[in-house]
Design a protein around this ligand. Sequence first.
Ligand code: FPP
Length: 256
Amino acid sequence: MEKASDITEVLKARIDPDRVPRHIAIIMDGNGRWAERQGEHRVVGHANGVRSVREALVACREIGVEHLTLYAFSTENWNRPKAEVDALMDLLVKTVIGELEELNANGVRLHTIGDTASLPESCRATLLDAIAATAKNDRITITLALSYSSRWELVRAAQRIATDVKEGRLDPAAITDETFAAHLATAGMPDPELLIRTSGEQRISNFLLWQIAYAELWFTPVLWPDFRKDHLFQAVLDYQGRERRFGLISEQVTPA
Ligand code: FPP
């Protein structure tokens, strides 16, 4: 019988290096259920989810993905019990500090999107330090969506565009897709071609609504703390087997 590591290598070898997504986004879900199934507190699920973050990042780096964006804390997550929110913030700080050396050693740049001004001061300071310390790395960018929701981002973009118009910097008739994208938190990043969600839920939950207009969606019943490199490779293989038509017909995207 093949060992898990052999299967991972077999899957990786099947990936076409010329058609690897530039950007993968992940909705990490199922930490709470994973913990409850073990009779543990939900926070234990989040702590075990850190290994999965590492696995996803290493897998992406190995196959040449340029951007990995993780939905780590949504605007709505502030409404969870205070103890869970505090534990998540604490875990974030400890993880970022603990992984910083490894991020630098592997050319990983850290970036965030979201209303980070609303994060606790210690969390914000740790993130700012780590973002500055990894700013020159260029192998892969990991973007943590923190206090993020797409509607927050879209409303903020509309406010910024309206201000530019009001102050005479922008002609409303000149507003294009590109203008709008440039006012989003993800300005300058390519759109994700592949969106993964774990835990069996099949919804988008206010994540990157503008950016995933043409993304392929991949859902797995695997709970986030059980997510490993082979799951990411499976998702990429599935993506590579799909025909992306962007509103065209089959013959137009793959001419005979
Ligand atoms: C969703 O599971 C997960 C989260 C809200 C947090 C994700 C955080 C981590 C994986 C830990 C640290 C992350 C980084 C980037 C250092 P859930 O709690 O909604 O699970 P449930 O749906 O089973 O309740």
